[in-house]
Design a protein around this ligand. Structure first.
Ligand code: CA
Ligand code: CA
Length: 240
């Protein structure tokens, strides 16, 4: 009987090691380039229905004042009547938040994205989604918050380092930042946020790359298989 228990423990240890290996091998990269003309699953969770800019959209519009895309023809820009006069993009509006689908990162996780136009005046969006102001202000945030789904906290954030309506700037949530913040295996979203108004009081987004996303299907299927095998072995051990 003692030998059977040792055998079961060795088997469970090997199974855990196998899951770890598969999880690392199964890491995927997700890229959002918006070049199919859709938001690719991102949604406007806060909008400004009656007052341009009303929300964010994937667009290939080419009117003067709309910055060209970083990749392909499409990028995320605020919905305005015109980027020229009357310069809707600079006017006051309700806080805008455009949110990615939920994802998780493994120990190799990192994120890069591109921002254009305003750097905003605040360094961070604030503590969490619930604390965002309702409306824009001349002192406000423009950029991306990395939101922990469980409590809405903006654990990390990125914004431009200067204003430019012509040059995209790459910004990164590095692997060190993500692991140090304890975000491995934690459900997250990227929130693209605008609550600033005035000159350069708007922002565009393109080419978001999320590295180190576990592929749940492969790991899940393996775990289901292991659970089935363990049940079989328990029945077998019990019958001895
Ligand atoms: Ca693009
Ligand atoms: Ca704005």
């Amino acid at each position: 009987m003692r030998m059977h228990i040792i055998s079961a423990n060795i088997f469970v240890g090997a199974a855990i090691a196998m899951v770890t290996v598969v999880s690392q091998l199964g890491a995927a990269t997700i890229t959002y380039n918006f070049d199919d003309g859709t938001t690719q699953g991102w949604t406007n969770v806060l909008a400004s229905p009656s007052d341009p800019p009303t929300q964010f959209e994937a667009t290939n519009r080419s009117d003067s004042g709309a910055p060209a895309a970083q990749s392909g023809s499409y990028r995320i820009l605020p919905v305005v009547t015109s980027f020229g006069s009357p310069f809707d993009q600079d006017s006051s509006h309700n806080t805008l938040v455009f949110r990615s689908p939920v994802f998780q990162l493994d120990t190799s996780g990192s994120i890069s994205l591109y921002l254009i136009v305003g750097m905003g005046t605040l360094a961070t969006p604030g503590a969490d989604f619930a604390s965002l102001p309702a409306t824009s202000a001349s002192s406000g945030f423009l950029g991306v918050g990395l939101r922990r789904v469980s409590d809405g906290a903006y654990v990390l954030s990125e914004r431009r380092s200067s204003n430019s309506a012509t040059t995209w700037e790459q910004r990164d949530f590095t692997n060190t930042e993500i692991t140090t913040a304890g975000l491995v295996g934690v459900p997250l979203t990227l929130d693209f946020i605008d609550y600033r108004e005035g000159s350069f009081g708007w922002v565009g987004l393109d080419t978001v790359t999320i590295n180190g996303v576990p592929e749940p299907n492969a790991a899940l299927l393996l775990m289901i298989g292991i659970a089935g095998t363990l049940r079989y072995r328990r029945r077998k051990l019990g019958s001895l």
